[in-house]
Structure formats: C-alpha cells, structure tokens
Design a protein. Sequence first.
Length: 466
Amino acid sequence: MSPRIAPRIAIVGGGISGLAAAHRLRTLLGREAVITVLEQRDRTGGVLHTVDLAGVPFDVGAEAFLARRPEVPALLDELGLIGRIVHPTGARASVRAAGRTGPLPGATLMGVPTSAARLDDVLSPDGLAAVAAEPAAPLDWSRDADPALGMLLRERFGAEVTERLADPLLGGVYAGRVDALSLRATVPALAAALDAGATSLTAAADRAVGVGPAPAGGPVFGAVEGGYQVLLAALAAASGALLRLRTTVRELERTATGWRLTLGPVPAPEYLDVDAVVLAVPAPAAARLLATAAPNSARAAGEIELASSVVVALAYEPDAVTLPGTSGVLVAADEPLAIKAATHSTTKWAHLSPDGLVRLRASLGRFGEAATLQVDDAELVAWVRADLAALTGTTAAPVAVHVQRWGGGLPQYAPGHLDRVAAIEQGLPAGLAVAGAALHGVGVPACIATGRAAAERVAGALVPVA
C-alpha cells in the first residue's frame, strides 16, 4: 500500500477570512496537511489592523463585531480567548444633520423608519410630512426587483431620510453611497418583507424588525481587548500554516493533479503546486486570478467595485478635550464636513482609556471620492481637527495621531450583488473556493463565515469533512 500523501492547500490572502480558512482546514485535515498562506503585505489582517496609539492597542480598521452573530465568540472560544471579549459602555450614538447634533433616532431599520420612529430632531417639517405620508402611497414592487436602496428611499420618503439617516448608517458600513447600494444585499430583511406583501416601506420595516423571536439579550456589539491583533495572532498560530508575507501571487492555473500558483516577480517566478486553493483576496484580485481557471466567476468578481477610505486616530490629554457623552457621531451626507463619522472611542469602550487619555477616531471617504483623499497625512489630520472643532469645540493639539489609509478597502454591494456572488460561487471548479468581504457581508463575523465555508468546500474535495 502506498503511503498517504498529505494534502497541500494554498490560501491567497492573510486577512481574517484567509486565516479563518487556514484554522478550519487544520481542524478538518489534521496535523499532516501542508497549509500555506500567501500574503502580499508585510503583515496579516487585511483591513483589520491594530496600532499603538499613545501606548494603547487601538484598532484602525474594523473596531467592533456584531455580538449576536456567533462566529467571533465561537472562534475566540476555540482559541481560548473568550475572556478577551469586551462590550460598549452603553453610550448612545448621535447624528449631525441640518447643522445640529442630536441623538440617533431609534426604531429604524438601518435608517428606514418604522411606524415607531421619532424623527423630530433629525428631519424638517417637510421631511416629517413625507415620512407620515409614505404608508398611504401606492407601492409598485416586484419580487425580482433589487433597486438601489437610496433611490427607493428617495422615491418613498424624500431626500432627508436618505441623506440624514440611511446614508450615514450604511455609508459607515460600506464606505459607499446609499444611492448605489443594493437593497437585497444590504437590508435583506426589508426586501423579504416587501416580497411577503408589505404595502409600504414603513410596513416592511415594521414587519422586518418584528419577525421571528426576540433577539437575545445583551450588547449588540463586541470588541477584542488588545485589538484584533490578538485574534489574528492566535488564528495564525493555531492554524500551523506556513505564513509567507510580502509574496505576490500572479497566476493560478489548473494542472493534471491540482493547481499551480505563480509567485514573485516576473523575471524570477516561483511555482507552488497544491491540491486546493482558497482565494481570500479583494474582488479585483480574485477576478484576475480566476480568469483562466473559472472565467464565469472571474467576470462576476470583476463587476464588484471597491471604495477607499481613511481612518484618523487621535489621542488627547484629558483636560484638552470635552467630548459629549455619546459613543460617536454619524454625519449626514449633506453636511459641510469632511468626515463621515467620528467614534468617541474612550467613551464607547472603557478599556481604551487606562491612562486617562481621550482617544477617538474619525472616518473619511466614500465610494467615488478616492481623489479627494489624495492629499498628505497632515492635510487629512487638519480636516479632521477642523471638523472636531465644529462638532465638539476641541481645538487643542493631539498628543498622538495615526493616519490609516484603506485604498480599495471595502467592496460595494451594488444592485444585483447577490446574483454576482451566486455566479462567482457556482462557477468554481472542485478544489477552488473564494472567501472574503466581497461575498456575504463586510463585517468580521461574515468574513469568518466565508473563510470557514471555503475551507469546508476545498476539504470536502480532498477528504470527507467531519
């Protein structure tokens, strides 16, 4: 009997999706499997990144995860890190609209008003009248429809709900404009309620927030004490994968026995032969690598565009700044400010102020605005400080600053996104899988889920999955 040959798997991309895939593959395939993670950057994590901000670990990519999704707590539990989960203080968010800052209204579905929403602090009398009239307006809806959410909201509620509620909320998630985001991909519960016969958007929002069992108690969001670097390092170690940083994958091709990846510079290529591949890279990179092996998947991935953004993190002496007692502020799309949101980090997260310093972060940039971000770091910081002065009266100089640029950091879920994702996944041959934020959600739990699902797909093509 010939000896059993250990399976060889390459994972292209060392972000959270790729590392989650590596960890799951180790569990499924055992110690003998040869798992190689290929990452173009000089670090793991992708758009998760923890930096030192005045002596405290501080996340300048995603800062939180949905605690009511199981993926992050389950993974931290597997890694022996469940005790590192922290939750927000309970401070409420605010919104800047019409030149005023007030509480972010409750009783909306990602900014879509329910009948219980109280919007007096955000909308004008005309805007309130448009919301009140929406339930009685005839609705023309098709179960095959996937309109841009913003266009539908403008038609039904007018501009103010779109620009002062939905755009700030979803713009923060996708770094995009709500006018270009898919209803079905971004607010699927609303689309499901419309498909089920809701006669207005208000009724659909009512049905969506009331369908099913009441959500479990406890905080909505969580974070990792010590930053996401703690999770990333533990995942990489537990996976036992060979991690190759500063490694570019230029080509992927099918061979008689599996897959060949071409690595490194054109003048001096290196070849890596494996039995299976997981692509955990942004959609344009996936499209390029899939062009020969899965052309239909490549075409669909190539239709997914990316948005660029910037996070500016700042730390202040405690007597130099007085923040409102809110977790942060979302900025309406029609406000004359550069930032789209600011998180009052040490108000929102108690563990981020062990030394009494006040730490916060501001976000800039939406889809289509990459050119406006092509200025130097000093100018970006100046924009943020000017906006903080307008919002909080803070004019003091910070004691520490970090500027984090995310070029092409977030995929845009344009109308038809779900069809594109289906085409990507259905066009893949056995032994090849994709993972990442371009598929089923941009949040950390969704990315982990895609990484684990990709691992199970390729492992299933090699051996029966336990």
